[in-house]
Ligand binder design. Structure first.
Ligand SMILES: Nc1ncnc2c1ncn2[C@@H]1O[C@H](COP(=O)(O)OP(=O)(O)OP(=O)(O)O)[C@@H](O)[C@H]1O
Ligand SMILES: [Mg+2]
Length: 312
């Protein structure tokens, strides 16, 4: 099982769009996929169902908030299993844990668990809190090939717990100077979190906590303006190559196209689905839609390949 956090400190750069489409594509290839919506905005969830369905069937007791609540209350670490929603879209099966707006309050309460009277207590509280999600995901090790976590735009403790539980992080981005700075900042913050964990673990002699071990899988160029010509894309990517840090930028990009990516989409059964499932019927054609979906699939193959998952 590979666990991947999809994260960037800039809003509206395509994190949720990438998570939904990559997850759906991997599921369509037969991988066993679990998506976790960690953003209180719940946008990932609404790529796979209507708000009405979520409100009536899930909002009360089947969201990621229901995992973190017992953690905040200091109760025994809960299981994720009762929170998993199984979705089927034709032949494609995919599991999802939805989010909730009240996750914001939970994040504040998680931060309140930190601190303490002496440095060992501080270290223990920090490691106990950051590591809450990892063992819960580990119990799903043989149930899934891929877990994707859609992160919100902050560095609060729910996000840190996702990073701690992840093998990789992937950073979707728009192609501009500000976004490249955002990625640089993200790398710095993850490094400082890694240092913090190491420091605290050193203070807890004999503890079984492991260090933060996730690696950057790569930067994904989203919303690229291809109509301006390939040359400009190369120039835009130059922003990323100018940075000191050594980022792997995926060769394939996702084009800017509000028809394909901007609206609520449905498959032929009437289910709410992301673009890669909604437009699977156009593949093989010569239209711009077919081209964009084929590019999206190629990108997904590149991402899955880089994490060591690849099927024909
Ligand atoms: N390639 C694209 N072309 C055009 N519009 C896109 C594309 N990808 C995503 N969008 C649209 O841009 C908006 C932001 O995308 P998305 O929600 O995926 O970003 P995000 O980084 O998850 O945002 P947030 O920071 O709010 O979580 C959405 O309305 C989405 O439908
Ligand atoms: Mg989002």
């Amino acid at each position: 099982m590979k666990t991947v956090s999809v994260i960037n400190f800039k809003g509206g750069v395509g994190k949720t769009t990438l998570t939904a489409n990559l997850g759906a594509y991997a599921a369509s290839k037969g991988y066993r996929v679990l998506l976790i919506d960690l953003d209180p905005q719940n946008n990932l969830t609404f790529n796979f169902m209507t708000r009405a369905e979520w409100e009536s069937k899930l909002s009360q007791n089947k969201t990621i908030k229901n995992f973190f609540e017992p953690v905040v209350e200091g109760k025994e670490l809960p299981s994720l299993r009762p929170l998993i929603v199984k979705k089927t879209f034709g032949d494609v099966r995919l599991d999802l844990i939805t989010s909730h707006i009240n996750l914001i309050g939970i994040d504040i309460k998680l931060s309140n668990l930190l601190g303490g009277d002496d440095e060992k207590v501080i270290a223990e509280n920090y490691m106990k809190t950051i590591s809450c999600l990892k063992p819960a995901l580990s119990t799903l090790e043989y149930q899934y090939d891929l877990v994707l976590i859609d992160c919100p735009v902050n560095f609060n403790f729910t996000v840190k717990s996702a990073l701690y539980a992840s093998d990789y992080y992937i950073a979707p981005t728009k192609l501009d100077a500000m976004s490249s700075e955002g990625i640089y900042l993200l790398g710095r913050l993850i490094d400082s979190c890694r240092d913090e964990c190491r420091e605290y673990i050193n203070k807890l002699e004999g503890s079984s906590y492991t260090p933060l071990s996730l690696k950057m899988l790569g930067v994904v160029p989203m919303m690229a303006h291809v109509s301006k010509g390939k040359t400009l894309i190369d120039a835009e990517l130059g922003f990323f190559h100018k940075l000191e840090a050594d980022y792997e930028v995926f060769p394939q990009f996702v084009r800017d196209n509000t028809t394909i990516f901007g609206a609520e989409l449905k498959d032929k059964f009437g289910n709410v689905v992301p673009a890669v499932l909604a437009y699977s019927g156009v593949l093989g054609g010569l239209s711009m839609k077919a081209k964009i979906i084929a590019e999206l699939q190629l990108l997904c193959d590149q991402i899955l390949g880089r994490m060591g998952l690849s099927k024909g």
